[in-house]
Ligand binder design. Structure first.
Ligand SMILES: C[S@@+](CC[C@H](N)C(=O)[O-])C[C@H]1O[C@@H](n2cnc3c(N)ncnc32)[C@H](O)[C@@H]1O
Length: 249
């Protein structure tokens, strides 16, 4: 955001450059500005407090997507109060903390498996137009550990290394999952995570893709779009940039 945009924002306005639909890597983009105005995230004080603690330093994910994660923890907890949650793509831990805090508030016995190399993005391929590998390496295991322990969270199990190859063996083989947050930026990582979890996902369980709506992560958009016609799943495109896959069979 440049200086002029910031000044205008302080006056209560927003300066947005509208674009005509344009093509990039065979996908169509434009500035998405929904007309809807209902904003329940402002009514949820604990969400607001939690989000404020992570917003500036610990997450790359905006308030709208963090609130959807928060609500999907609440909703999927109805399916099974003990099934686990997996996040692959932790970076500094903001979204892991959002999910673990909500589970704690629900008195859920579920744990969050939080998987990351903590050394940046891996498995880039010709499917990804913008990523070269090693992005988001500006984090560490200690930074993440200090964040969630300072917030009193005891329901996070950290998996350091490439998931699933290097760390999935640390998850007990009979573990069932109700929600998986895939925030890995690139096609092959997303596919390998989904292939690993699909049979462990309970019916009604969901996979939430952070990167679906962004031009820098076209590999994720294509990976989700390839599944649109499979009849064992329902796929939703949320205009905040998320895609949600619900397992129905
Ligand atoms: C955009 S960041 C995650 C952002 C985070 N969810 C937040 O709250 O800001 C993407 C992360 O995915 C991780 N990553 C990508 N592929 C991975 C894989 N196969 N195994 C483990 N970590 C992976 C990278 O190391 C990076 O930290």
């Amino acid at each position: 955001m440049n200086l002029i945009q910031k000044k205008i924002l302080r006056l209560g306005y927003n300066l947005v450059r509208l674009s005509k639909p344009y093509k990039k890597n065979n996908l169509t983009y434009s500035r998405v500005l929904p007309l809807a105005i209902y904003s329940p995230w402002y009514d949820d004080k604990i969400f607001q407090d939690t989000y404020k603690k992570i917003a500036t330093k610990y997450t790359l994910v905006d308030e709208f997507r963090c609130f959807e994660l928060w609500k999907l923890i609440e909703q999927t907890n109805k399916l099974d109060e003990t099934a686990a949650v997996l996040e692959v793509g932790v970076w500094r831990g903001g979204t892991s903390v959002i999910m673990a805090t909500k589970l704690k508030l629900l008195n859920s016995s579920s744990v969050v498996y939080a998987a990351d190399t903590f050394e940046g993005v891996v498995k880039t391929s010709e499917k990804d137009a913008s990523y070269r590998g090693g992005e988001h390496a500006d984090t560490s295991l200690d930074l993440f550990f200090n964040l969630y322990t300072s917030l009193g969270l005891k329901n996070i199990n950290t998996l350091k290394g490439i998931f699933p190859e290097q760390t999935a063996s640390q998850v007990p083989t009979d573990t069932k999952f109700k929600l998986c947050h895939i925030d890995v930026d690139v096609y092959l990582s997303a596919k390998d995570v989904q292939d690993w979890i699909w049979d462990k996902l309970i019916i009604g369980g969901m996979i939430l893709f952070d990167d679906y709506g962004f031009s820098s992560t076209n590999g994720i958009t294509n990976f989700v779009n390839e599944q649109m016609l499979l009849n064992d799943r329902v796929i939703l495109h949320n205009l905040n940039g998320h895609a949600v896959i619900i397992k129905i069979k």
